[in-house]
Design a protein. Structure first.
Length: 152
């Protein structure tokens, strides 16, 4: 469902939030591993090799670019569930209480149409069924399901 919900084209031109930071480590890795590639060619290993937490990655990417490359992260973690936390964290606002606020989050979230949201809901149900009851991964998955992505 994810592959059919997220088109491969167009690849976003506007990738970095601040082009002046491209020479630093994380943006340099993002440029080498994601920038200008089709999302379907980006692997979970590409995400992992950036060496950064998802919360750090989003500080460098535009909401449109992060939304475009998100399906590669979702699919990758479905194939290797020990990395489901990467994807679940990508589906939650990056703040202490995971509250949907701020211009970046609003732009990111509001850019999903009903088809993409349905695919994300299916992913989250998979993540819920795959994670261990009582684990932090299960807690974050439940939070995403109940408070952000509209499944109660």
């Amino acid at each position: 469902m994810i592959r059919s919900a997220f088109p491969i084209y167009p690849i976003p031109d506007d990738f970095f939030r601040d082009n002046n930071l491209i020479s630093t480590d994380i943006p340099s890795e993002l440029k080498n591993r994601l920038f200008s590639k089709k999302w379907s060619d980006v692997t979970l290993m590409d995400w992992r090799m950036t060496g950064a937490h998802i919360g750090s990655i989003i500080t460098y990417m535009t909401p449109d670019a992060f939304r475009y490359y998100l399906p590669s992260l979702l699919i990758g973690s479905m194939h290797d569930p020990k990395y489901l936390d990467y994807s679940v964290q990508a589906l939650l606002p990056f703040n202490n209480e995971h509250l949907p606020k701020g211009r970046w989050w609003n732009s990111f979230f509001n850019g999903f149409d009903k088809i993409k949201k349905a695919a994300i809901q299916q992913f989250l149900l998979f993540a819920f069924e795959t994670t261990v009851d009582g684990s932090s991964d299960r807690h974050l998955t439940e939070l995403a399901i109940k408070t952000i992505w509209g499944l109660n």
